[in-house]
Design a protein around this ligand. Structure first.
Ligand code: ADP
Ligand code: MG
Length: 245
């Protein structure tokens, strides 16, 4: 469903992605792990064209771009519409209630009427465990775990082919991590296609179908989650996991 070929990205003279090849199948959950600065966020951001790649091709569903030459506006828009991002720091609109944060995202698709959009948004919020009381609150009064669950509902509201999650639990207090992981686990059980950058190795080993280990802008090792996490082959993966398990 996602096919990336020879993806390269530089920031000045810093080569951050050095020719990434990646395939994600429909319904697959892929965890991306690796040291800080290895290019994990940049990879996700390129998939959503929050960063423009310097070389390579990205195909998601029936949308496709090539970094050679200027990417046509329509192709960029088509590609962006295929994925939704969930960020470490939620990025909810502060002046919109939890419900309206999700509803806005549905109304942007222009497929639903206002009343219908409300119902769809409420259904999504219930799926992530946000109650009718909490949905009326503004982001400032939500806990980190509630905020992140609202932002997952908002990502689902776009009805994307895949959800891209960049360290969705890294900004949370430890006691709030579990409630967000539970929601992600539930989405995985429903075969939602997801690419998750995470430092939660136990979680990755349980939920991901495949784990990709990145180092220095390259994919060093990948395979079935349990193999990579509990029985890594590459010395660099062993070293990294040795210090994070
Ligand atoms: P990770 O998510 O694995 O920690 P990142 O993709 O955030 O890694 O960063 C990879 C490298 O790219 C780092 O050296 C980082 O400093 C650099 N980088 C990321 N974003 C930018 C940017 N907008 N401008 C310049 N350098 C950046
Ligand atoms: Mg990052």
């Amino acid at each position: 469903m996602i096919t990336v070929h020879n993806l390269r990205k530089n920031f000045g003279t810093n080569e951050v992605l050095k020719g990434i090849d990646l395939e994600v199948h429909r319904g697959e959950v892929v965890a991306v792990v690796g040291p800080s600065g290895s290019g994990k966020s940049t990879l996700l951001r390129c998939l959503n064209l929050l960063e423009s790649p310097d070389a390579g091709t990205i195909k998601i569903g029936d949308a496709q771009i090539s970094a050679e030459g200027k990417i046509p506006h329509s192709a960029a828009r088509a590609l962006r519409s295929k994925t939704a991002m969930v960020f470490q720091h939620y990025n909810l609109f502060r002046n919109r209630t939890a419900l309206n944060n999700v509803r806005d995202s549905i109304e942007m698709r222009k497929v639903a009427h206002r009343i219908e959009a409300t119902t769809i948004a409420q259904d999504l919020l219930r799926r992530v465990g946000i109650t009718a009381d909490v949905e009326r609150q503004y982001p400032i009064t939500l806990s980190g775990g509630q905020s992140q669950r609202v932002s997952i509902a908002r990502a689902l509201a776009i009805n994307p082919e895949a959800i891209l999650l960049d360290e969705p639990t890294s900004a949370l207090d430890p006691e709030l991590v579990g409630e967000v992981l539970t929601v992600i686990r539930q989405l995985a059980a429903e075969h939602t296609t997801m690419v998750i950058v995470t430092h939660e190795m136990t979680f990755a080993s349980e939920v991901a179908d495949r784990v990709i280990f990145m180092d220095d802008g390259q994919i060093v090792e990948q395979g079935p989650a349990r193999n990579v996490i509990f029985n890594p082959r590459h010395p660099r993966t062993k070293q990294f996991l040795g210090s994070s398990l």
